[in-house]
Design a binder for this molecule. Structure first.
Ligand code: 5AD
Ligand code: SF4
Length: 475
C-alpha cells in the first residue's frame, strides 16, 4: 500500500515556517503493543551517529511492540535495515543485504523486511524497492520513525508492501522511547537536518531542514542521563555549530555547550562541526570547561580554494587554517580530526597537492578519507568530471599514506603519558583486557579488572599499536 513517496522538490524546500515540536506523535495502543509477542527482530545500522541514535529509538519502539532483539539474523522474524545514502558503497551494502534476506524469505516467507533511513528518502531507491515488493514489506524514511508500529502492523495485516516516506522540511518529534546501546555514554540529538547544501552532499535532502531542539528538552535528557549514571554525552547534529540559528529563542551553540557543561556530566563531546559556524565563543567554552573534551572533528574536505568553492563550503584554506590554529592555541591538548574528499569533479593534481599541503600543515590526529561519490540530484553530480577513477584511487592511497603517518605520530606522542580513559567494556581483541576512549578520543586497551567498566580512570600508555593504544592503570 502506497502512502507517501519521497520528492526532491519537496526535500529541497526551505521556508521560514516555524518548526513544530510535536510531543504526542508516538502512539502505542493495546493491539500494537502485542504484535511482536513471541517474535524477534534484528536490526542492521549503516552510516553515521545520527543513524545509530535513530536505531536506538527503533529498538525501543519494536520492544514496545513486544518484539525481542536477536543477534542472529537467520532466526529473526523482523529484519530492519537502517540505511545510509552518503556514498555509493553504502548503497551497495544495503542491496547486498536485501538479496540475502530475499534468499531467506524463499524458505520463510513470513519474515518482515523493513527498510528505513536515508536511502529511503531517495526517489530512485524507493522506485527500486517497490519493484521488490515481494520481499520488502515496509519502506519508511527519516521523518516518520514514530509511525513504525502502524506501518509494520499494516504490512502484516494486508500482506502487502507499505511505503511511507515524507520529504517535508520536518518537525521535531519529542518523547520517543530509546534503548541505548551503552550504559555509560549516550548520543543526544541537539539538531536535525542541515541547510548548508554543500554541492556533493545528500544530507540536506535526506534529513530535511535544520531544526534545533529546544534547550530545555536537551538539558532534561542530559539530566536524566546523569541520574541514570551516564558519564559521557555526545551532542549530535549534522552541523552542530549552527545550533539555535533556526530558533526564536536567540541561543547559540556556545551558550548551549556552556549550559551542558554546567550540568556537571563528566564528559561532553559534539559532532560534527562545520568550520563556517565555529566561532571564538565556542573555542572559549571548550577551553574553559574541563568536562568539554578537547576533541574536535573539523572536516576540511579539500585544501584547494577552487574546489572548496565548487563544493559550496563557504570558507577558504586560509580561514580554515586560522580557525585550526586558534583552536590549537586556546584549547590545551586539542586533538583535531577531519574528513577529506578526493577526486571531486574536475580536481586537478595541483588541487590535490594543496590538500596534501593542508594535511602536512595540520598534522591531523586522524581523518576519514573518501573518494567523491556522485549523489542523485545534488549539484556536483551534474558537474563535469574528467578525473578517471584509477587516478582518484591513486590520490586516495597517497592521501591515506600521509594521514596514517600523522595518525601514528599522534598516537606515539601519548606513549608514556597518563591519560583519562572511560572504560566501556571488555576489549574486542583480548578478553583479559578492557577498552575505552581517552578524552581525546583515542581507543585504549587497558590491563584492568572488569570492575572498572563504567569508570573514568587514569591510564599510563605503554604502547602505540596501529589502530589503538595499550596501557596500564596508573593508580
Ligand atoms: N562523496 C564522498 N564523500 C562524501 N561525504 C559526504 N558526501 C560525500 C560524497 N558525495 C563525506 C564528507 C563528509 C563525510 C561525512 O562524508 O567528507 O564530511
Ligand atoms: Fe548517511 Fe548522512 Fe544519513 Fe548519516 S545523515 S546516515 S551519513 S546519509
Amino acid at each position: 500500500m502506497e502512502k507517501n513517496k519521497p520528492s526532491y522538490s519537496e526535500a529541497r524546500k526551505r521556508t521560514k515556517e516555524e518548526v513544530k515540536v510535536i510531543t504526542d506523535a508516538y502512539i502505542m495502543d493495546n493491539d500494537l503493543s502485542k504484535l511482536g509477542i513471541g517474535k524477534t527482530y534484528h536490526i542492521i545500522t549503516y552510516g553515521c551517529q545520527a543513524n545509530v541514535r535513530d536505531s536506538e529509538t527503533i529498538k525501543a519502539i519494536l520492544e514496545d511492540m513486544s518484539f525481542t532483539e536477536t543477534s542472529d539474523m537467520e532466526k529473526a522474524d523482523l529484519i530492519l535495515l537502517n540505511t545510509c545514502a552518503i556514498r555509493e558503497n553504502a548503497h551497495n551494502k544495503v542491496f547486498g543485504m536485501i538479496g540475502r534476506v530475499q534468499h531467506m524469505k524463499e524458505k520463510r516467507p513470513d519474515i518482515i523486511l523493513a527498510i528505513g533511513g536515508c536511502m529511503a528518502q531517495e526517489v530512485s531507491i524507493v522506485n527500486e524497492l517497490e519493484r521488490k515488493k515481494k520481499y520488502v514489506d515496509v519502506v519508511f524514511g527519516t521523518h516518520n520513525i514514530h509511525n513504525l508500529p502502524k506501518l509494520i502492523s499494516e504490512a502484516i495485516d494486508k500482506n502487502e508492501q507499505v511505503v511511507e516516506v515524507f520529504s517535508k522540511e520536518g518537525d521535531i518529534i519529542e518523547n520517543l522511547p530509546v534503548k541505548r546501546d551503552s550504559m555509560y555514554k549516550a548520543f543526544v540529538n541537539i539538531m536535525y537536518g542541515c541547510d548548508k547544501f554543500c554541492t556533493y552532499c545528500i544530507v540536506p535532502f535526506t534529513r530535511g531542514k535544520q531544526r534545533s531542539r529546544r534547550k530545555e528538552d536537551i538539558l532534561k535528557e542530559i539530566d536524566d542521563l546523569i541520574k541514570l549514571g551516564y558519564k559521557e554525552v555526545t551532542l549530535l547534529g549534522q552541523n552542530v555549530n549552527a545550533y539555535g540559528k533556526d530558533l526564536n529563542e536567540n541561543i547559540t551553540m556556545a551558550e548551549l555547550l556552556e549550559e551542558v557543561a554546567k550540568t556537571g556530566i563528566e564528559r561532553i563531546r559534539f559532532v560534527t562541526s562545520h568550520p563556517w559556524d565555529f566561532n571564538d565563543n565556542m573555542i572559549d567554552v571548550i577551553a574553559k570547561y574541563p568536562n568539554v573534551m578537547p576533541y574536535i572533528h573539523l572536516p576540511v574536505q579539500s585544501g584547494s580554494n577552487r574546489i572548496l568553492k565548487l563544493m559550496g563550503r563557504r570558507y577558504t584554506k586560509e580561514s580554515y587554517l586560522e580557525l585550526f590554529y586558534k583552536i590549537k592555541d586556546k584549547v590545551k591538548n586539542a586533538t583535531i580530526t577531519t574528513d577529506i574528499i578526493v577526486g571531486f569533479p574536475g580536481e586537478t593534481e595541483e588541487d590535490f597537492e594543496e590538500t596534501l599541503e593542508v594535511v602536512n600543515e595540520c598534522k591531523y590526529d586522524g581523518a576519514y578519507t573518501f573518494i567523491y561519490s556522485p549523489r542523485e540530484n545534488t549539484p556536483a553530480a551534474s558537474m563535469e568530471d574528467n578525473v578517471p577513477l584509477e587516478e582518484k584511487e591513486k590520490r586516495l592511497a597517497r592521501l591515506n599514506e600521509l594521514i596514517n603517518k600523522y595518525y601514528k605520530e599522534s598516537n606515539e606522542k601519548v606513549v608514556n603519558t597518563v591519560v583519562p580513559v572511560l572504560i566501556e567494556g571488555v576489549s574486542e581483541k583480548n578478553e583479559e583486557m578492557c577498552a575505552g576512549y581517552t578524552d581525546t578520543m583515542k581507543l585504549v586497551n587497558v590491563k584492568c579488572s572488569k570492575d572498572y567498566i563504567g569508570k573514568i580512570v587514569n591510564v599510563k600508555i605503554t604502547e602505540a599499536k596501529t589502530w589503538s593504544l595499550d596501557g596500564v592503570l596508573d593508580e
